[in-house]
Design a protein around this ligand. Structure first.
Ligand code: 5GP
Ligand code: MG
Length: 185
């Protein structure tokens, strides 16, 4: 598939920031790190918990590169706020089918911005008796991050700008773009 240099979503212009091969290499790198940790005995019965909907694309690509006994589950994180603001309130729904008690959980996120969502996920999973929680994110915005804990696996570090593509949306549009695009300002 040909990668376009620009994309228009809900009347706004986005331009190519990270081309597909670079995104794919970042995902391979995360997979290599997780696989190495798995071989070193870091995880016990790991459950990969993909945050819907944004991390579906990254999560799927990452998951099929994992080597070992990894299980797959999903969690929904809803943030309330306008299209481009990181929300103050984060609501998280763990699918009833997933029992995280006693499990080593690897949360897969699309982007860690302020870190509120990642923190809420950790808190919720710890309350649900997860044994340990790791976070893997495709994108990380160091300048925006306000969290206290390290993010365990980072695909790409980016500037504090609004991006779409590879699962990330602007008001539900643009998730299927096969590269990362940044809002043109
Ligand atoms: P945080 O809670 O770390 O501030 O933000 C995490 C969530 O905000 C992400 O999971 C995502 O839903 C949304 N978000 C933050 N930055 C971006 C961005 O640049 N683009 C998109 N599409 N969503 C973002
Ligand atoms: Mg998200």
């Amino acid at each position: 598939m040909e990668t376009k240099n620009t994309a228009t979503l809900h009347g706004r212009q986005f331009r190519l920031l990270i081309p597909t091969p670079q995104v794919q290499e970042a995902i391979r790198q995360v997979a290599r790190e997780v696989n190495a940790d798995y071989r070193n005995g870091t995880f016990r019965r790991p459950l990969v918990l993909v945050t819907l909907s944004g991390a579906l694309v990254f999560g799927g690509e990452l998951f099929r590169q994992l080597e070992g006994d990894f299980e797959l589950g999903f969690v929904r994180a809803f943030s309330y706020g306008s299209g481009m603001e990181s929300a103050e309130d984060v609501r998280i729904e763990l699918s009833g089918a997933v029992d995280v008690a006693g499990r080593d959980v690897l949360v897969v996120e699309d982007v860690v911005d302020s870190g509120r969502t990642a923190e809420s996920l950790r808190t919720l999973l710890c309350k649900a008796q997860a044994r340990r929680v790791w976070i893997a994110t495709l994108l990380f915005k160091p300048e925006a991050y306000r969290g206290a804990l390290l993010i365990d696996y980072v695909g790409l570090r980016i500037e504090d700008r609004f991006v779409v593509g590879y699962g990330l949306d602007y008001d539900q549009a643009g998730r299927n773009l096969n590269a990362i695009y940044v809002l043109d300002q």
